[in-house]
Design a protein around this ligand. Structure first.
Ligand code: EPZ
Length: 417
């Protein structure tokens, strides 16, 4: 069993380099399957979900070489369209294999996904999009089975703003006949990053980053070299840790525009934020003030940062509220924060947190990826020793988190029992 042991109460000082975005990488990696040549991907994060994706690509017939943050992937020998492995079942982003394999080979059998237990997470909008393009889709024997003679461009209006379905249907439509229009599309930076990657390979996608995306299908995608965007959620996590612990931290290799909703809240809470071209400095030297947050699709406050934000709210002066509008079950970490002395309650999608002067170390359990990040921040802010268990959730999305915090002056170690 692995855990983090944290002796909290230290100010954070220094510079932390942010890695490539998990949620962009897990969309771009399956996109490589659509290429007729070798792709070189740079700034790929060293996280468990990427390692799982590499195994899946190898299982399908790709040759993958890794050199630090660079992956060279040769998809020219792909010989199967069934992805039914433990790695597929271990994460959410593996559902992008459906769009990529269906788009390139006209068929895909992909095991149903795992990922964080934060709500129901249906895939009806993905299926609706694939069917609009002319595919037949069935869920049988624990897998999504899809096929199409020819995918044909279509007009798809999503009922909800969904990152997953926007990306998946974009992948499938990239090599379909004719034009596809995606309306009410998600605008998240990783949607734009995937579109940029596909366009670099020769796709014709316009409008990514707005709520209408137009895709003119192309016959072939060629190999390319592409660098994954910085991870806005990893960056936000370090921004919140710096604000919560106090100190001065430069968050480097970021796109400040992607972090505006976080910067605005931290300024409202009393932290100082200074933006540069590709970095942000967070300074905090007094107790933060409470604030209210509602999670929304981009450019609103991201649901993935909600949990780390609640950790900081536990010690902010006054009453904070959180309205979680995306997922119905993303407050499980509050019970763990309460074990550390927090005063947090929730009912349905609303949480209320009364700030206490300080948290005390305790033994806590990460129930999902961002819950784990919240508990690490809480442990860094708390007096005494915190043990965070089930940290494999954290390893899915945060490269070398304990080393990065250690370099900022924190006392955190990974222990394998
Ligand atoms: C992606 O999940 C991310 N995962 C999540 O990050 C993130 O929380 C989420 O987008 C929102 O930003 C990956 O990119 C791998 P959605 P996804 O489709 O694609 C509903 C993290 O911590 N919906 O945007 O599953 C759905 O229930 C993870 O890194 C439907 O109703 O999210 C939710 O309420 C966790 N039908 C809302 O839409 C559908 O067919 C948004 O979901 C699809 C979604």
């Amino acid at each position: 069993m692995k855990k983090f042991v944290i002796n909290g109460g230290k100010r954070l000082q220094g510079r932390v380099e942010i890695n490539g975005a998990k949620n962009a990488a897990v969309a771009i990696l399956p996109g490589v399957l659509m290429s007729s040549g070798v792709c070189v991907l740079e700034n790929v994060p060293d996280i468990a979900d990427v390692n799982s994706y590499i195994k899946i690509l190898e299982h399908l017939g790709c040759q993958v070489q890794r050199d630090g943050k660079t992956l060279t992937i040769d998809p020219t020998q792909v010989h199967r369209t069934d992805a039914r492995t433990e790695e597929v079942r271990s994460m959410r982003g593996s559902y992008y294999l459906i769009g990529a394999l269906l788009g390139r080979f006209g068929q895909a059998t992909v095991d149903l996904q795992g990922g964080c237990p934060i709500g129901e997470r249906p895939i009806d909008q993905h299926i609706k999009g694939f069917e609009s393009l002319g595919a037949t889709v069935a869920i049988e024997d624990g897998a999504t089975i899809s096929s199409a003679e020819h995918l044909k461009g279509a007009h798809v209006f999503f009922d909800v703003v969904t990152v997953g379905a926007t990306i998946n249907v974009m992948l499938a439509a990239t090599m379909a006949d004719g034009q596809t229009i995606l309306e009410n599309a998600a605008r998240e930076p990783h949607v734009v990053d995937l579109a940029n990657f596909l366009n670099t390979m020769g796709a014709d996608i316009k409008g990514a980053g707005t709520d209408v995306i137009r895709i003119n299908g192309v016959r072939e995608l060629k190999g390319c070299t592409y660098s994954v965007i910085p991870d806005q959620i990893e960056a936000s996590t370090y921004m919140l840790a710096a604000a919560g612990c106090g100190g001065e931290v430069e968050i480097a290799n970021v796109i400040p525009k992607h972090l505006e909703s976080i910067s605005a809240k931290l300024i409202e809470m009393g932290a100082q934020i200074e933006e540069f071209d590709d970095s942000i400095v967070v300074r905090s030297d007094k107790r933060l003030k409470a604030c209210n947050v509602k999670t929304l699709p981009y450019p609103g406050f991201p649901t993935d940062v909600q949990q780390p934000m609640t950790a900081v709210m536990t010690i902010a002066q006054g009453k904070s509220t959180v309205n979680e509008s995306i997922y119905e079950n993303r407050f499980m970490h509050l019970d763990e924060l309460n074990k550390m002395g927090a005063l947090a309650v929730f009912s349905d999608r609303i949480a209320t947190i009364i700030g206490v002067p300080s948290l005390q170390g305790a033994k806590v359990r990460a129930t999902d990826l961002r819950a784990g990040a919240a508990l690490v921040i809480a442990g860094l802010m708390a007096q005494g020793t915190t043990e965070v268990y089930d940290i494999e959730h954290i390893d899915r999305g945060y490269p070398h988190i304990e080393e990065k915090f250690k370099a900022l002056g924190a006392d955190i170690i990974r222990v394998e029992e």
